[in-house]
Design a protein around this ligand. Sequence first.
Ligand code: GCW
Length: 694
Amino acid sequence: MNSARPLWIRAGLAASALLVGAATAPPARANDGYDLWLGPQGPTAAAAKVEVIGTSRTLAIAAEELRKGLPREATPVLLARAGEPALAPLKLATDQLGNEGYLVHSVTLSGQRLTIVTGNTDVAVLYGAFALLRHARAGGDTANLTLASTPRIPVRVLDHWDNLDGSVERGYAGQSLWDWWTLPDYKDPRYADYARANASIGINGVVLNNVNAKADSLSAAYIAKAAALADVFRPYGLRVYLSARFSAPMELGGLKTADPRNPAAAAWWQAKADEIYRAIPDFGGFLVKANSEGQPGPRDYGASHADGANMLAAALAPHGGVVMWRAFVYAETDPTDRASQAYAEFKPLDGKFSSNVIVQVKNGPIDFQPREPMHPLFGAMPATRLAAEFQVTKEYLGFATHLAYLGPLFAEALDTPTERRAGETMGSSLAAIAGVANVGRDRDWSGSTFNQANWYAFGRLAWDFTLDPRAIAREWTLQTFGLPPAATDKIVAMMMRSREAVVDYTGPFGLAHLFGSDHHYGPGPWIDDLKRPEWNPVYYHRADRNGIGFDRTARGSNTVAQYAPGLAARLARPETTPPELLLWFHHVPWTYPMPGGETLWQAMVRRYDHGVAEVDLLRREWASLKPQVDAERWTKTDAYLGIQQREARWWRDASLAYWMSINGLALPAGVRKPDHDLSWYKQQHFPFAPGGPR
Ligand code: GCW
């Protein structure tokens, strides 16, 4: 067999050999997804010729990855930091690569053809090694190539909402990866595999614990546990951060107050930071959820978010750490539009945060909905470093079971022009980017094969937000399944339509937060009895007999005014608002004429039906791939698509039944009636739905 062929051809040949029962064919391996997009490990893997100059653990890992992962006959590879004298004659362009950028370049050295993998640090070389593997696994030529890339956003982290008891808030992939109980003594080999996966896509930080934090995570015992993880992660360029509970000086330190203006509180944090850095010299810093959903914070003392963040920042500054201070704040005591409250609270603080504070803003103004407009704070705080926070775990997109490839969602947000400064997009305004992790103890890490693509896409876009989500889907598919082009195309097409399908069957045209209470599983647009007004779906859709949607124009909450003037002017009028966001910004009649000529109601019904039909299509497409995909991953995905089919229908039927109870309108001719009446949908309860807060 010509092993110089691209991987997919060889995979295809191996598969056909199996079909004819060739005696020499290796036994088919079940694929439980553990290997992610990184390809099979172990004895069948090739051993390419790889030399390395330098002795660090990071360089050794990079070399080992290439030996295992490149085809045996690949051009020999030389790994070395850019400063190595041996590379000097090559005059490689490494000046602009910064600390993390890599260069992978084909050269002839002493008469020999070589692929040089280099960068200014060992971790940069590791990133280059993974770039070369990605290129090779996607069928790229390894004899003549130049791959050069430098990350656009310096801090790229996964936020784990992992609790110390092993549960994961909004986690749908099993228990926490971190076995806090056996740490620091036992370092599960999965910890290194996790770091490896992150390094392969350029993620360089991990917040270990939930933002709804327990003070215990800052105790000496837990610092030792975090330090053990940091030791495992370090060679992979992955720094550890911790969520910090603002009242920890009281709970752990016995102080009477956590007021940031109180010197004893500040001193407690200083001592705590010193203690952490003794155990974890490259500790990244703190992530803080303060005065949000019941968490303590500086507002408890009449101090500002800047006062609170700056106190922590002062404790970390001598060590080079940062504070990621979340802007996810809203209060039941505040009668203004929830979507406007973070801007109202944080915008006046622009310029008041210390230089090692990064204000972390969710991508949209409410909460990780299937579609939201850009959060108005992006571009609005020019004197403040901002981070964008995305949710990789799919709290509002069907948990682990629904197929929703989030590349388009991330890219849509990152590409949005802020319209505050020429050429500025949300992505280009960022100092950091965070993704709420979808990783747990499940063998396949993310609860499903396709959820792995969301981890992958987050990392790739965090590195370079200008990448095309379709291209990312393609490289992920090639690496994950290794199938021929037609099958690859089919999977990429499935992925690319999947998120929009979820939007359509959960809430089209900018509807948001119509989810069942608390667990956020399934439809609950009728819910109106929760304690805080903005926890109720009726708060968001405002449907009545005449119309639907949240009026955020000057006639309503005027939240549109928080955007840059040109954008605000367009969003102020329904005709110039993108239809996808119409009901986010406007309350319009059910008869509102949509661009295609239908009324809003007709268009909504069609969208719900379209969402359901799209999932039917996804399942059919997947069925057609059965002969080509390994049985284990195929079967699980098929079963999950079956769940999604049923639940898309449920969403559609429950939503339509409810809207009809409000607007009194009939379904357009020929449209299927909901399977049950509204009361049936209202009676559904899901007491053990996963991922709920503890
Ligand atoms: O998305 C919501 C979730 C909460 C979460 C909160 C937040 C960690 O429903 O579970 O709490 O946002 O982002 O803080």
